[in-house]
Design a protein around this ligand. Sequence first.
Ligand code: ATP
Length: 354
Amino acid sequence: MATIEIDGITKRFGEVQALAEVRLTVADGEFLALLGPSGCGKTTLLRIIAGLETQSAGRVRIGERDVSDLPPRKRGLAMVFQNYAVFPHLTVFENVAFGLRMAGASKERVTAQVEQAAALLHIEALLKRYPAQLSGGQRQRVAVARALAVEPAVLLMDEPLSNLDALLRLEMRAELKAVLEAAGTTTIYVTHDQTEAMGLADRIAVMQAGQVVQVGSPSDIYDRPKTRFVGGFVGSPPMNFLRLLVEDGTVTIGGLRLDAPAGAPSEVLLGLRAEDLTMTQDAAQGLPFELRVAELLGPHVLLTGTVAGQSMRAMVPAGTTSALLKPGTVLHLRPDRERMSWMNDEGIALEARP
Ligand code: ATP
């Protein structure tokens, strides 16, 4: 069993509080993404789990073992970090074989595992080269292959695909997911890229300023953000928020009246995803949206404009008549009432929608 339990981890660097009592459990075989903006503490948390950094307080358990005070090599995990350290004096083959040789694997097993990992990362043709003869992206793939070759029970990765071009990254992402799933590896994957987290992870832990603010499946996080920060950070474009006054249990925007959730405070934020807005001819059913810019994005047109003086983005099908999409036009956008996120004026979700 390779569960990972992070129990009240706090980290201070002098005056800087990098982590504040982080609690998180990763199930055996689960793929968890740690997602958050630069400086939120993702790397620090990963380094503490790996044993490369010492926590100020709290414990880390892997499986049945409390590993909090063990050095990295005794924690039974493999890691790939952003700086993808590969051994410069070893060939690619020997780099990938390194962990297996350390573990005393047979010659046949070393060859088989290296070939498998190399094929997966498309580096078969590079096995005889030295790291100095590789590009940054190729070196990064060698580092990932080395970690996968040992078939670790626990794998920690910090932005392992950051040096690859977009197409290769997309391909590696899919393959990485398939391989780790098949191997049953428990994985923690640090990224600031929300599409990467959404695509790869079984669950995402969203971090902000040293804290985990929401943990859930990608659809949970996307559909039911617990805070304005999560709604804004996850999704492209970010979730729209309208600041509205509640009167007699309803909010009114132009001709549209919506029931606020029971017990809503006098001022609320209404969160709406761009794709949950549909153009309508019926002014009483739609938000009055003054269009500023229309951008064609393949199958969709991204509309940027304002509703009651507040900025708003909507995504409509690409076939939409261009006459409707002239800057300055007022359109009516009907929100999907099943998919609205209501929050208080501080950006905390008011209720869990079904
Ligand atoms: P990024 O995506 O930019 O790598 P991150 O979320 O991984 O960011 P961390 O590297 O974990 O963030 O840093 C968290 C906070 O701790 C930051 O405010 C950072 O400046 C601070 N910090 C990290 N390492 C140190 C250190 N060795 N000494 C002092 N402060 C540090």
